[in-house]
Ligand binder design. Structure first.
Ligand SMILES: [Ca+2]
Length: 491
């Protein structure tokens, strides 16, 4: 063999070796829902809720029953999850901040998998849903979210949605003259016309195809996010007494510091209006219906995987980006540092998980998913990641985590341990709750002199520094066609 032949045969051998390694790698189905709190069967957050599909996934995988988002709002939560970095590191703290132009050289989960030999595909709500948040170069194939609500027709934010007719008859909830997305009802159209079905169909077709490389498939449901539109049969599940209002003591906000009170007051006009018009219960019913609809959609994707040739070699990760208040603390959104906003469902199933139907009660973070998948799929370590792989917890029932942190806007953090929730606001004011004795977080114990050392110990987990927020989207001219960002005033 001469030198050229030797090099050629070495190259062939290297390619073959790589093909061998990638062929043995597991696929990933990354399955998400939006604004789903712990009102699902396996998390026991709402007795009587119907989520048979999520529950069956929990029965065949590992349920992380105390998972918290890195930030209690869509964009900062998803940016943290997909970049593996905290808001206090990236400066992406809120919804109206592009991650892409401010984080050059950062690989999102799909980009990293693509770089490491995977075929990566996504459909629906993956990163934040507005134009500029889902760069196509992160994917081999990508299908944007299709929206149901007329609200999501704004030309600069949803340019791909302009030609899709908006459903007629809005608003369905009877709150006339109320701007925006705070809406719910039944759309006058067949079930399969709901926008989330497009993402489901994408996944179903993707899983029928022959793939020569291992794949990472992200499928993101919009439900149960507002507007909460669901077919009638899901509303019927929660008719009459089956919908129960949360308990909200009148004085619940009295022991909360001003910053926390401010978070709870965000969009207060919405809860005031629904209470005044006698629609609070209908709002809760809408949420329950949207959860059960989301569960059915999740089930369709799980069925498609089950029927496919990839059933045995695919890791399934199910997650929600943040929780949701239904009136607790006089609030009907997310964007707070309490349990309602930070506690989310998370299940990991498939190859690499040990045991079926097991539950882990250690507090963990959505930030841990990126390093977990890197380890489970045998990809090279990504040194930028700030979460910690959950693989030890997947395999060892005795493995424990001490605490996890959620951040909302610069300098406000919630530290969750098995026993405590400690909130430290940017002005130094605090809250402390005994999670076992007071799961509804009604009594702030931060002023108790006996608990000073408890607070000090929990405060050690908060990020040491918080970078300044990156510019808001209005600072840029964004071009959807070329997917480029130009800072206004820059040459
Ligand atoms: Ca969300």
């Amino acid at each position: 063999m001469n030198r050229r032949e030797f090099l050629a045969s070495a190259a062939v051998a290297a390619v073959a070796a790589e093909a061998q390694t990638t062929a043995s790698k597991p696929n990933v189905l990354f399955l998400s829902v939006d604004d789903m709190n712990d009102w699902i069967g396996c998390l026991k957050g709402y007795p009587g809720v119907s989520t048979p599909n999520i529950d069956r996934l929990a029965k065949r995988g590992v349920l992380f029953a105390d998972t918290h988002c890195a930030a209690p709002l869509c964009n900062p939560s998803r940016t943290a999850l997909f970049t593996g970095m905290r808001p206090s590191t990236t400066g992406v703290y809120n919804n109206d901040q592009y991650w892409r132009p401010t984080l050059p050289g950062v690989d999102t989960i799909p980009a990293y998998f693509k770089k490491n030999g995977y075929h990566v595909a996504g459909a629906g709500k993956i990163l934040h849903h507005v134009a500029g948040f889902n760069p196509p170069d992160q994917w081999d194939e990508f299908q944007l979210q299709q929206f149901d609500d007329p609200w999501y027709r704004r030309a600069d934010w949803y340019p791909w949605n302009q030609k899709i007719p908006a459903p007629k008859g809005h608003p369905y909830n009877g709150l006339k003259g109320f701007p925006g997305e705070f809406e719910w009802g039944v759309l006058e159209q067949p079930d399969d016309q709901y926008g989330d079905q497009k993402a489901v169909q994408f996944a179903e077709e993707f899983l029928k195809r022959k793939h020569t490389k291992p794949f990472f498939l992200a499928t993101g449901m919009w439900h149960p996010h507002i507007p909460m539109y669901s077919p009638q049969r899901f509303w019927d599940m929660y008719a009459g007494d089956k919908t129960k209002l949360p308990v909200v003591p009148k004085d619940d906000l009295d022991d909360i510091p001003p910053v926390g009170k401010g978070f709870a007051a965000f969009r207060r006009e919405e809860i005031e209006r629904i209470q005044k018009e006698g629609k609070w219960k209908e709002f809760v019913q809408a949420y329950l219906a949207a959860i059960s609809f989301a569960d059915e959609l999740v089930g369709k994707v799980l069925d498609a995987l089950e029927k496919s040739e990839y059933a045995k070699n695919t890791i399934i990760v199910f997650w929600s980006d943040n929780g949701w208040h239904l009136g607790e603390k006089q609030h009907v959104h997310k964007s707070t540092l309490w349990q309602r906003s930070t506690h989310v469902p998370m299940i990991i199933a498939g190859p690499g998980t040990k045991g079926a139907g097991v539950t882990r009660t250690s507090p963990v973070s959505l930030l841990d998913l990126y390093p977990t998948l890197v380890e489970m799929c045998g990809l090279p370590q990504n040194p930028k990641l700030e979460g910690t792989s959950l693989v030890p917890l997947l395999r060892d029932p005795k493995a424990k985590r001490e605490a996890t942190v959620s951040t909302y806007l610069p300098g406000n953090h919630a530290v969750v341990s098995e026993k405590w929730r400690y909130i430290l606001y940017s002005d130094g004011k605090e809250e402390l709750y005994d999670r076992r004795k007071d799961p509804n977080e009604f009594t702030n114990l931060a002023g108790d002199p006996k608990l000073v050392s408890v607070k000090q110990n929990l405060a050690k987990f908060t990020p040491k520094t918080s970078v300044a927020p990156v510019p808001e989207v209005t600072a840029y001219d964004f071009d959807f066609k070329t997917y480029t960002y130009k800072l206004k005033g820059a040459k």
